[in-house]
Structure formats: structure tokens, C-alpha cells
Ligand binder design. Structure first.
Ligand code: BES
Ligand code: ZN
Ligand code: ZN
Length: 509
């Protein structure tokens, strides 16, 4: 899909499909006993001829302009006109606009070569630039599909979408906003490609190679180090290595650094850390088949933080950003870690591995310790850490936990600004006690079926040092299958939380 802006209205005139909005108008009863009447308004249409055609339609009597109600007719110029009801004025939110745009685009995708939206009619938010930006964001996200492995590809029609009738005075501002939208949504779609890729193809070594290639091509100013097994051994990241012992592939630790052009002593340094389990069999504590399917998504946390890093670099974020990705699969062979194994972590703490399926916290523990040594002010990690997160918050809400309320509140603020669902869970003293081991310093699980998401976070907290402010996102639920969000695929990677984290990096205080 190509997206263009049309100020003059010329492109709108010649478009194969014109998309316009209609609002519902309810007039209160004038006399006692009389009924309130609903009518609809298209006063905002610029094209008078089109308005007359519309008002002369016989089918109009059944169209009430309720939210997402549609009416289609053929215009006098041979074009198709799609009128979309937006309900009553003032009732739609920014997120509603994203959703409505996505629904419209899905219904016309591949059917018309040129699709023109009458933007002023969709300006249900603060201003026209924001409305067009939200629409563009939704269009780029909705346009995504993963069809690498379909031998018969769905017919590819190069569609042009036109954001029409934008006021001239807004054009410079809008062009700038659209460049940002492109940077962010392109990063989101790359994240989805990584997450959707099959685990036999995207094993640890290949995943690191693909990130390396993307950084070299698109993030030229970024410093990159990719640690192989020998280098990870040198770092004494034994918890991370213990997860990899059953694997046919080497682990990889991706370490990326971005510095803004103007670095001062006041420049904030934020580290992003991601769980990159390219497939989670559970190890010797093997998952039952039905729970194992879908475990290619277990690298979703690492892809999410990489996507936010990528977008923030392209957007020239004002902060220094370090991005650490711990990558391996959790597989089984004769060398795989046994339950009951005791391993010494990079920070010196000993960990009794009572469940090899609680592997995410093991690789993250060493990665967080490594990140803390770089002395960032704040860390955010993202991980598909616990099935318990789905029990607590469903697959729609991302969990956040951490050691600093101000930092957590800042991340929550970014989620709210981007309309992504995020909810804080506590870490309490008793749960910190629950991960103490009888024979070692720590054990990698708590009481079964109790506060699993927070127990996972309490474990990670043991590896934060140097007073670093830390927030942990459990993205187990939100990383895939968002059937309630029309701009995400109903199944497969969602790309959620990239917008939140990018917003956080761009607006860090
Ligand atoms: N990758 C899983 C968590 C997960 C489950 C993500 C379902 C997405 C959907 C994680 O490694 C895991 O297996 N966690 C265990 C922890 C338990 C053994 C303490 C879990 O949640 O069952
Ligand atoms: Zn697991
Ligand atoms: Zn896992």
C-alpha cells in the first residue's frame, strides 16, 4: 500500500473509491409526548455534487449513520462511494478512529486501486493532523500480512490510499508526522515478521543474523556487539547458558547502543532487555503438546524491545538507549539441564532450577545483570514470562511490575498515550520470600498456581543492582492473537507495546 496526502482534492475526484463519513444527529422532542428524532448529517462534505447524489438515494432511508454502519453507492463519475457512519459527533476516541479505519481498509483491501479518504470527515479528535496520523498508523498496521509460506500468494494489488482534503496549512506538520508513522509502523511490522517466522528457520543464530542485517542496513549510527557462546561463557552468564545446553544452536547476546547526536552529562540512559526464546519446549519439564504449540512466540519480548529501539533510533530519540537481547531456544537433548540443577548466576547468586520451563527468568536474570553493569538510569524488560499472566489479565492486557513507582508510572503513561492496555501488579515481601531455596540462594519457581506473574518478577528483581530503576513487562498475553483489535491480525504476532515503548523513549523525562 502506498499512502499519499492530497491537499487540492484532485486525487479525491479521480479515486476509484471515495470514503466519506456521516454523523448521527438526534433531535430532542419538541413537544410533550413526541419522539426524539434521529437524522444524519453530511454537512462537512466538500463535494456538493456528491452530497446531492447521496441525498437523492432511495437506500438512504435505511441508513442511520450508526457507528461503523456503512452505505455504498455508485457516483456519477463511475466511482464507488463508501459512506461510513461514525455515530454521534464527539463520541469517538482516537482508538475508535484507529479501529474504524482498520475495518474500512480491510473491507476494501485488494478491491480498488485508489482509495481516497475525506479526512475532515474523520477528524473526531483534537485536530486534523492527529486524525490523519492515527488513520495512517492504523492503515500501515492493518496492511501487514505474513504469507512467506503460502505457495499461492493472495493476489497482490498495489493500492494507493489517499488522505484527501487536508488543509494546506497543516501539510508540513502532517508530512513530518507521517514520516514518524512510517518509521514506527515499519518497525512494528518487522517485529511481527520476526515473531511470526517459523522456529525451525528462526533459531538463535539466524535470529541474531537477521537483526544484525537490519541494524547494518537501517540503523547505521548504532554500535553493535553480538556475543557468541564462548563470549557468553566468558561473561559467566551460566543461567543463560544452562537454558541453552539442550540446544543444537549457540546462544546469542545482542548488544546494541544508540547515542543521540547531542550527548551531555544530563542525557538519560535507558536500557531495554528482551527474552528471546526462539522456541520453548519446556526442557525436561516438557510442555504438553497443546501448550507447546505457539511457543515460537516466546521470543516476542525481544522482538518488541528491538522494534521500539529501532523506531526510536530512526526517530532520533533524545536519550541514550542500550538494547540487550538474550537469545536461545529451550530444547532437550542429553545435555539439557535437569530439574534440581544448581547454577551460579553472573551476579554470583546460586539458583536451584526446580522447573526447566521457567527458563525465561534464567536468561533474563543474567541479561539484566549485564545491563546493570552498563549503568543505565532505567531498564524496561519485556518477556513472554508466564502463562499466569494470561490467567490474570487475559490476552488483551500487558502486566507491568518493577522496583520504582515513578518509572512504572511513566511507562503506564506511555501505554495510556498510545491506547495500549497495561496494568500494574504488585511484588510483595511474601512473594520475594517464596523464591528462596532451601539448598541454594534462590529457586526459579514459587508456590505452584500462586501469583505466578509476580513471582517471575520477584525473581528478576534479584538481578537488578546499582540502584537501577527497573520495570518488567510480561507480554505473554499481548504478543499474539488480538482478535478484538482490527488493526492487528486476528492470529499471529500483534506488534503491541512497540508504540508504548517508542513513546517512552521519545518522551523520557
Ligand atoms: N514461555 C512460557 C510462558 C508462556 C505461557 C507464554 C503461555 C505464553 C503463553 C514460560 O517460559 C513458562 O513456561 N512459564 C511457566 C512458569 C512456571 C513453570 C513457573 C508457566 O507459566 O507455566
Ligand atoms: Zn517455559
Ligand atoms: Zn518461555
Amino acid at each position: 500500500m502506498q499512502l499519499t496526502v492530497d491537499l487540492s482534492g484532485d486525487k479525491f475526484l479521480s479515486a476509484e473509491l471515495k470514503v466519506l463519513s456521516a454523523f448521527q444527529k438526534t433531535t430532542t422532542a419538541k413537544t410533550k409526548g413526541a419522539k426524539a428524532e434521529t437524522s444524519l448529517s453530511v454537512d462537512h462534505w466538500v463535494d456538493k455534487t456528491l452530497k446531492e447524489e447521496f441525498q437523492g438515494l432511495r437506500s438512504l432511508k435505511n441508513f442511520k449513520a450508526g457507528k461503523d454502519e456503512t452505505l455504498t453507492f455508485s457516483g456519477a463519475m463511475g466511482e464507488t462511494v463508501l459512506v461510513v457512519g461514525l455515530g454521534e459527533r464527539g463520541k469517538m476516541s482516537a482508538e475508535d478512529l484507529r479501529k474504524t479505519t482498520a475495518k474500512i481498509f480491510k473491507s476494501v483491501k485488494g478491491k480498488f486501486q485508489t482509495v481516497a479518504f475525506d479526512v475532515p470527515g474523520f477528524n473526531v479528535v483534537r485536530d486534523e493532523v492527529l486524525a490523519a496520523t492515527l488513520m495512517a498508523e492504523s492503515l500501515h498496521m492493518t496492511d501487514y500480512s505474513f504469507d512467506t509460506y503460502k505457495s499461492k500468494k493472495p493476489e497482490a494489488m498495489e493500492q494507493t490510499v489517499i488522505l484527501a482534503h487536508v488543509e494546506k496549512k497543516n501539510s508540513a506538520k502532517l508530512e513530518k508526522a507521517l514520516t514518524s508513522v512510517r518509521n514506527i509502523t515499519q518497525s512494528i511490522n518487522i517485529v511481527k515478521d520476526f515473531i511470526n517466522e517459523a522456529p525451525n528457520v528462526l533459531h538463535s543464530e539466524e535470529y541474531a543474523r537477521r537483526i544484525e542485517a537490519d541494524v547494518k542496513k537501517n540503523l547505521k549510527s548504532v554500535k553493535m556487539k553480538i556475543l557468541n557462546k564462548a563470549q557468553i561463557q566468558k561473561e559467566r552468564m551460566n543461567l543463560f547458558l544452562s537454558v541453552n545446553t539442550g540446544s543444537a544452536y549457540e546462544p546469542r547476546l545482542v548488544h546494541l547502543t544508540y547515542e543521540p547526536a547531542r550527548m551531555t552529562s544530563k542525557t538519560k540512559h535507558i536500557a531495554l532487555v528482551g527474552k528471546g526464546i526462539t522456541f520453548d519446549t519446556g526442557g525436561y519439564c516438557i510442555k504438553p503438546g497443546t501448550s507447546m504449540a505457539g511457543m515460537k512466540y516466546d521470543m516476542g519480548g525481544s522482538a518488541t524491545v528491538y522494534g521500539a529501539f529501532r523506531a526510536a533510533v530512526l526517530e532520533k530519540a533524545p536519550v541514550k538507549i542500550t538494547c540487550i537481547l538474550a537469545i536461545t531456544d529451550n530444547a532437550i537433548n542429553s545435555l539439557a539441564t535437569f530439574p534440581d540443577a544448581i547454577i551460579t548466576a553472573r551476579n554470583g547468586k546460586t539458583v536451584e532450577v526446580l522447573n526447566t520451563d521457567a527458563e525465561g527468568r534464567l536468561i533474563l536474570a543474567d541479561a539484566l545483570d549485564y545491563a546493570c553493569d552498563l549503568n543505565p538510569h532505567c531498564i524496561v524488560d519485556a518477556a513472554t514470562l508466564t502463562g499466569a499472566c494470561l490467567v490474570a489479565l487475559g490476552n488483551q492486557v500487558c502486566a507491568i511490575l518493577g522496583n520504582d513507582q515513578k518509572w512504572i508510572t511513566e511507562v503506564l503513561g506511555s501505554a495510556k498515550a498510545q491506547d495500549e492496555y497495561m496494568w500494574q501488579l504488585p511484588i510483595i515481601h511474601e512473594w520475594r520470600q517464596d523464591i528462596k531455596s532451601k539448598t541454594a540462594d534462590l529457586r526459579n519457581i514459587g508456590t505452584p498456581m500462586r501469583a505466578g506473574t509476580a513471582i517471575g518478577a520477584a525473581f528478576l528483581e534479584e538481578f537488578i543492582k546499582n540502584d537501577v530503576k527497573w520495570a518488567h513487562l510480561d507480554v505473554a498475553g499481548v504478543v499474539d492473537s488480538q482478535s478484538h483489535l482490527p488493526y492487528c491480525s486476528a492470529s499471529g504476532a500483534s506488534g503491541l507495546m512497540v508504540r508504548t515503548l517508542t513513546h517512552l523513549l521519545m518522551n523520557a523525562k
